[in-house]
Design a protein around this ligand. Sequence first.
Ligand code: ADP
Ligand code: MG
Length: 231
Amino acid sequence: MITVQSLRHAFMIGKKGKEKKVEVLKGIDFNVQQGEIVSIVGKSGSGKSTLLQVIAGFLKPNNGSIQITDIETAHFTEKQSAAFRLQHFGFIFQNFQLLPGQNVAENIELPLKLKGISPTIRQKKVQDMLKRVGLTEVADHYPNELSGGQQQRVSIARAMITDPPIVLADEPTGSLDMQTEQEILQLMQQLNKESNVTFVIITHDEEVASIANRILRMSDGLLMEEVQHAI
Ligand code: ADP
Ligand code: MG
């Protein structure tokens, strides 16, 4: 589903003429199978969000290969990346990133509109998804009328409404209290079981990481598979 090889990314920082190169990804190798929940764990500043942005095509790598469903995406233009994202990825962010002027149903519907799906099919899909994530009652509420947990449910629904093969989640529970965190993690596990969607969860929180089938640890610009100890 995802195969990444020798992936490198550096940022140029500082004033013009005095730029310094900061290497963040120093040769990343990993793969993810369809239907897995994989977490990428590591300290703040270790390059996790950078890796996610490179996989999604928001940032271009300096080197290396990214294959998503056997398609090489590392050299896509911005336009190709945007089209590819719409077909292959859903996104969940720490701060939800909902549109404040749109209600719950409209926020969830948005990716279907972008894909050009007809209004009748959109309606049906949104109603089904509202049920799956437990938001039917608040369908016409606006994001600022919801709790953090409810807002994250909306963004999970929006990420999954187009049935993408892969959902990328960057610190999905970072803004939530512990109980809500558990509810959101359970929801992601439930959706993964129901639809075989692949989840890549980025987190600095070991407990969040532990819900995954596999844990990859980011350190010194490299990604290592965590050895699973039988208890
Ligand atoms: P994490 O998500 O693991 O906390 P990030 O990927 O956000 O880490 O950041 C990794 C490193 O890259 C940090 O040292 C950060 O300061 C640097 N960095 C991130 N984005 C930029 C940018 N746009 N320009 C320059 N440096 C950046
Ligand atoms: Mg981050």
